[in-house]
Design a protein around this ligand. Structure first.
Ligand code: ATP
Length: 236
């Protein structure tokens, strides 16, 4: 990428207890890019996002955010730098309303989106703002809420873990449109995806993770030409 790196990951190793999961992951994300991490189940994609956030047992190597080393910071300090993680399980509080969920994460940096702007991005959420999140929200709306609430915090680097997981195609398209809009608004997005076609359409660049190592990289142009090879690699 020719953009200045907002995130540089070098020789990243990560462990859960005694299990050594990442074996030297290398990649970089330029400011304003959408970058995807592709790979089969269990390849280490989620662990890579969690390691960036400091949410694994132990990690070594280098993780540079805007040039500063963050590999030894606590999750709280990492979040306060303006890096937000949207987990696959979404983490919506069912007993709170949509708006209460939206207001929950603390603001960490200036420049977060006002609530009204978040509702413009995700009109479904506005319709349901006073409804309980547990009973009234579809899977897609829960995903929109999970993304929406990190936009308020001022985080500029968003780590999205399988945002399309379990969603109907029409909702997947809506999520894709929202991610594009977020890029237009200046957010940088690192995306983990099983939905390879979604990632191929959306991301500027891709890295393939296998057994805890980045084994390949693809530009937006490569991905169409090398689709067959990638299908085989990912087993889709
Ligand atoms: P998936 O789509 O299944 O999430 P992934 O590429 O994101 O795939 P990870 O979730 O990063 O894979 O898992 C990588 C490896 O780490 C797997 O072998 C998994 O069993 C193991 N693992 C994940 N979480 C833990 C944990 N909390 N404790 C121990 N091992 C774990």
């Amino acid at each position: 990428s020719d953009r200045p790196a907002i995130l540089e990951v070098r020789d990243l190793h990560a462990w859960y207890g005694e299990s050594h999961i990442l074996h030297g992951v290398n990649f970089a994300v330029g400011e304003g890019e959408v970058v995807s991490l592709l790979g089969r189940n269990g390849a280490g994609k989620t662990t890579t996002l969690r390691a960036i956030m400091g949410l694994v047992g132990r990690r070594t190597g280098a993780i540079k955010h805007r040039g500063d080393e963050i590999v030894s910071l606590t999750p709280d300090r990492i979040a306060r730098r303006g890096i937000a993680y949207c987990p696959e399980e979404r983490g919506i509080f069912a007993s709170l309303t949509v708006e209460e969920n939206l207001m929950l994460p603390p603001v960490v940096q200036p420049g977060g989106l006002p609530v009204e702007e978040i509702y413009e991005l995700f009109p479904n959420l506005k319709e349901r703002r006073t409804g309980a999140s547990g009973t009234r929200l579809s899977g897609g709306e829960q995903q929109m809420l999970a993304i929406g609430r990190i936009l308020r915090t001022g985080a500029k680097l968003l780590l999205l873990d399988e945002p399309t997981e379990g969603l109907a195609p029409v909702i997947v398209q809506q999520i894709g449109a929202s991610v594009r809009r977020l890029r237009d608004l200046g957010f940088t997005i690192l995306l983990v995806e099983q939905n390879f076609h979604f990632a191929a359409r959306l991301a500027d660049r891709h890295y393939v993770i296998e057994h805890g190592v980045v084994v390949d990289r693809y530009s937006r142009d490569d991905i169409n030409q090398r689709m067959g090879e990638l299908n085989k690699l990912l087993g889709v």
